[in-house]
Each structure stands twice: as C-alpha cells, then as structure tokens.
Design a protein around this ligand. Structure first.
Ligand code: UT7
Length: 352
C-alpha cells in the first residue's frame, strides 16, 4: 500500500514536471521585415484633392504624409511578400523553413483566397500553409496571439505574422473625413519557440459588434454584394463616423493597456516601450498618459505613414529594432473596426 502511494506520488510529480516543461515554452519574435511603397502623399497634395489643410490634419490626427502603392498590379500580397523577403534575409532564414504564415489585412488582394497564401507563394515559402485573420486595426495583435497558441501547441516552429495593407484601394479620395487617415504598407515578424522567459507574456483581446454601426465597408460582402448601385454610391470604400470611433478608441485602448500592466504588477518604470496602433496621435497620447508613461517611451511614426491598419505595430517594431534590448518590456495596444481592441505584454527577444 505504502509503495503504491509513492508510485502514485512519483507519477503525479513526473506528470506535473512534464506538464511544466511543456507549458514553459514561450513564443518570441526573432526577426522583423518591412516594406512601404516609395510614393509619399503629403498633406499639401491631399489639400488639392479635398477641402482640407496641412494644419487641420497635423493638429487633429498627427499625420504629415502617407505612402501610396501607385502600381496598379501590386497590392497587399506584394507588399507583404516584400516584407517577408526582407525578414528572411535579415534573419538568415531559408524560405522552406517557414511552417505557417498568418496574415492580418482588411485590404486582401481578393475576398478569397486568403492573402497569406499569395504572400507565401510570392516569397517562395514552399512548406508553409497560410490563412488570414480579420480583425482590422487590431489584426496584428490577434494574429500574434494565434501564432503564440500554435507555437505553444508545439508543432509549428517558425511562424510568420504579417500585416499587409493597400489601404489606398479602399479609401474614398473624395471624402475628406477619411482620406487623410490611411496609408499603405506591410510588415512581418518571425515567431519561434523559446524556453526562456521572454516573448509573449500576456494578452487581452476584446471585440464588440457595436462597432459595425460606426466603421465598416458597406458593400462587397454577402449582405450587400456589388451592384452598379453600390459602386455608384461609393459603398466599396471605408465608412467611418470619426467621433464615436474616437471616443471608443480613446477609452478602450487606454483601459486595456492599463489593465494588462495592473494584472501583471507592471509600473510605468518597468515598461521600456509602448507600441501603439497609429490611428490618431491624440489617441496614442491618451493611452500613454493613462499608463503614466514618459512620452519618450512611446513609438510614434504616424506622421510618416499614417494609419496602415494591421501593419502599424510591426512597422514601429521594425523602425525601433536597433533600440530594443533583450528582456525589454513592451506593451502593444490597438483599437479598430469591429470593434476590436487589445493589448499584448511582450518581453523583447534579442539585441540587434
Ligand atoms: O484605426 C481604426 C480606428 N479609427 C480611429 O481610431 C479613428 C478615430 N477617429 C478620429 O481619429 C477622428 O475622429 C478623426 C480624425 C476621424 C476626425 O477628427 P475629429 O476631431 O473627430 O473631427 P470631426 O469629425 O469632429 O470634425 C470636426 C470638423 C467638422 O466640421 P464642422 O462640422 O465642425 O464644421 C468636419 O467637417 O472638422 C471637419 N473636418 C475636416 N476639416 C478639414 C473633417 N475632416 C476634415 C478634414 N479637413 N480632412
């Protein structure tokens, strides 16, 4: 009986240890790549297209210029593939080593097939399967979280998460309320397993269908398929009621950034960088203030690229890569259509 008890105890300990070993795998970003088109659409040029001004756009949004993909035969997948190729080159990774591509986009090349599949094909990722994640401006956070789960499940070892957005294809350049906001671009991260205590530490993801009222594309889906009338009514472009979206965005992005800090006992001193979605400088400032963060710790490149939707956060990571150190605490935060919003606490994985 006594022996039986010890055997049971050993088996529980072994299994617990085994479980501990299995669950101690983290997912970490090990490389970055980006692509933005060359053409710069400045506020001054926009002012010749709609009734707006550099002063209005700069003070209300914080954007000076955005990149535009002018080539008609190049879209989100092309830009995503360029970002992936740069990532592979920088990290010395062979295309055939990639197991999975998760693409976040609201401007897919086609409604189907998934843009991730086209990116994998263009970048020569012969052994990868791919799919898209549809979470608008929070797309990168959602896709990163999915990658984190795949890595922790153990089968896939090298996953690329890519945000790729030819926003200019769905922006109405006769609507001054939306056309200054968005820009084109793509960025990709490589995600791998590690036994170290780095990488994705915690995340919060939220969504609320109240957002469909305020931010959507009206036509082209199964509810309202394309007709001559939908085209005539310009319903294949972004529709946004800016003010309510702004109010939800300010509250939720700040709340969720503060919440992830509080529940992990992180203070402003512990945070090296806030990596916010770049929708509006005023939303970013409000989030940083709520976190009581020194403004010098906030990544901001909205003035150069505008809102590239799912690409904003990895574009920031790319541009700040050289300033990041292994073990740095980063808070990634976003808010977008759906509504979707969320935050990720990330411990940076390498020195470059
Ligand atoms: O990333 C996805 C989630 N999206 C967001 O987070 C966007 C959230 N919303 C916003 O960032 C802001 O609401 C906008 C940037 C979209 C708009 O800024 P706002 O300060 O909320 O402006 P508003 O819509 O309240 O408009 C104020 C005034 C209006 O004129 P009146 O009615 O007061 O005479 C607008 O017609 O500004 C006018 N306006 C403009 N004026 C010059 C709107 N757009 C323009 C413009 N140029 N481009």
């Amino acid at each position: 009986m006594k022996n039986f008890f010890f055997i049971c105890l050993f088996s529980v300990c072994f299994n617990t240890k085994h479980f501990y070993l299995m669950s101690s795998t983290n997912s970490v970003i090990t490389g970055l790549g980006m692509y933005v088109p060359e053409y710069r659409l400045t506020n001054d040029e926009l002012s010749t297209m709609v009734d707006t001004s550099d002063e209005w756009i700069t003070t209300r949004i914080g954007i000076k210029e955005r990149r535009i993909m002018k080539d008609k035969d190049k879209a989100s997948a092309y830009m995503g593939a360029q970002a992936v190729k740069q990532l592979l080159e920088k990290t010395g990774t062979k295309p055939e080593e990639i197991d999975l591509v998760i693409c976040a986009t609201v401007a897919p090349d086609y409604i189907f097939p998934a843009t991730g599949i086209i990116i994998a094909d263009m970048a020569g990722l012969k052994n990868a399967y791919a799919f898209d994640v549809h979470a608008a401006c929070s797309g990168f956070l959602y896709a990163m979280t999915v990658a984190d789960k795949f890595i922790k499940a153990g089968k896939e070892k090298k996953i690329i998460v890519v945000g790729a957005e030819k926003m200019s294809s769905i922006v109405d350049y006769t609507d001054r309320k939306t056309c200054p906001i968005f820009g084109d671009g793509a960025s990709a991260v490589l995600v791998e397993p590690t036994e170290e205590k780095i990488g994705v530490m915690d995340y919060i993801l939220r969504s609320d269908g109240v957002g469909v009222k305020y931010l959507r594309m009206n036509a082209g889906g199964s509810l309202n398929p394309a007709t001559e009338e939908t085209v005539r009514n310009r319903e294949h472009f972004i529709y946004q009621e800016g003010q309510p979206v702004f109010k939800y965005a300010v509250t939720h992005m700040a709340d969720v950034s503060a919440e992830i800090m509080e529940r992990n006992n992180l203070t402003a001193d512990d945070i090296a960088w806030l990596v916010p979605h770049q929708a509006n400088l005023r939303i970013i400032d409000a989030t940083a203030r709520r976190m009581e963060l020194d403004p010098a710790k906030v990544m901001i490149n909205i003035q150069k690229y505008g809102n590239t939707t799912a690409a904003t956060i990895p574009l920031c990571l790319c541009e700040w890569e050289k300033q990041l150190h292994k073990g740095d605490n980063l808070i990634l935060a976003a808010f977008g259509a759906g509504f979707t919003w969320g935050s990720i606490w990330l411990k940076w994985g390498y020195n470059s």
